[in-house]
Design a protein around this ligand. Structure first.
Ligand SMILES: Nc1ncnc2c1ncn2[C@@H]1O[C@H](COP(=O)(O)OP(=O)(O)O)[C@@H](O)[C@H]1O
Ligand SMILES: [Mg+2]
Length: 245
């Protein structure tokens, strides 16, 4: 999650998910962004129902599972997901819909469930936070990212107090242009504010990562030898081993 758009949330969900699945872990991706880019990134038709029906009409999650790769399946956003942001009935209970649906589904058996969030802190984001044990914030190497981070911390604290459970926080540096001084400066600051919470691996800016969704391919389908594939494979190892800097 990150309220800022374009920081690599969707790219990370797609490629980290595939990296974990390639390590033999069972992975499900949930697309909570109405733009529906997770299914597209896997070359799956995005015109079917998915989390929209789960949240709007209480259809079970298991009815919408699409197998996408070995060890990896996904629940698409569905064309009506944005309608859920405008649901006004139900008070705070509306925030727990995803968590309850997940608890009643086969997702409880999976090693990893990754939720791709929209760039907003509305009802969809709240549902994601209430359902999650851990939160990964992608941070790109510019100053506006740092500003967005303090806002994210406020949202996290609020979600924790409303839901009564703590959410483990992680950060990952994304879209990094290693030769830029600004990039190093931003990374330095993030490490200072969040010691032991920033994953070791830095995701470099890599053109293959931007190209592959248009072919319905992850970076591992598209260019296994690219910097992007190397970085997301390494990030998966960070997660499996708890490696931070
Ligand atoms: N490491 C990267 N290198 C190059 N392009 C990237 C990288 N990460 C993301 N992009 C591109 O940047 C844009 C925004 O990324 P995206 O993952 O959609 O961000 P978000 O989901 O946070 O809005 C997309 O066009 C994506 O292909
Ligand atoms: Mg996105």
């Amino acid at each position: 999650m990150n309220q800022k758009g374009g920081v690599g949330k969707t790219t990370t969900t797609i490629n980290l998910g595939h990296a974990l699945a390639r390590e033999g872990k069972t992975v499900t991706l949930l697309d909570m962004d109405p733009q529906g880019q997770v299914a597209m990134g896997y070359g799956v038709q995005d015109d079917q129902s998915g989390l929209d029906e789960v949240l709007l009409n209480d259809i079970s999650i298991d009815a919408s599972i699409i197998e996408a790769r070995e060890n990896l399946d996904l629940i698409p956003a569905g064309v009506r997901l944005s309608d859920f942001e405008h649901v006004s009935a139900g008070g705070l209970k509306r925030g727990h819909k995803l968590r309850l649906a997940m608890n009643e589904s086969s997702l409880t058996q999976r090693d990893f469930v990754l939720i791709d969030c929209p760039p907003s802190s509305g009802l969809l984001g709240i549902n994601a936070m209430f359902a999650a044990d851990e939160l990964i914030i992608p941070v790109s190497g510019d100053y506006l990212s740092l500003q967005g981070l303090s806002r994210m911390m406020q949202i996290l604290k609020r979600a924790e107090s409303l839901s009564g459970h703590t959410i483990k926080l992680w950060l990952v540096m994304t879209r990094m242009q290693m030769r830029r001084r600004l990039t190093q400066e931003v990374r330095g600051r993030v490490l200072k504010y969040f010691p032991n919470r920033v994953f070791n691996t830095v995701i470099r800016e890599n053109v293959a990562l931007a190209e592959c969704p248009s072919f319905g391919k992850t970076i591992f389908d598209y260019k296994k030898k690219s910097a992007g594939a190397e970085d997301y494979q390494s990030l998966a190892q960070d997660i499996l081993q708890g490696r931070t800097s």
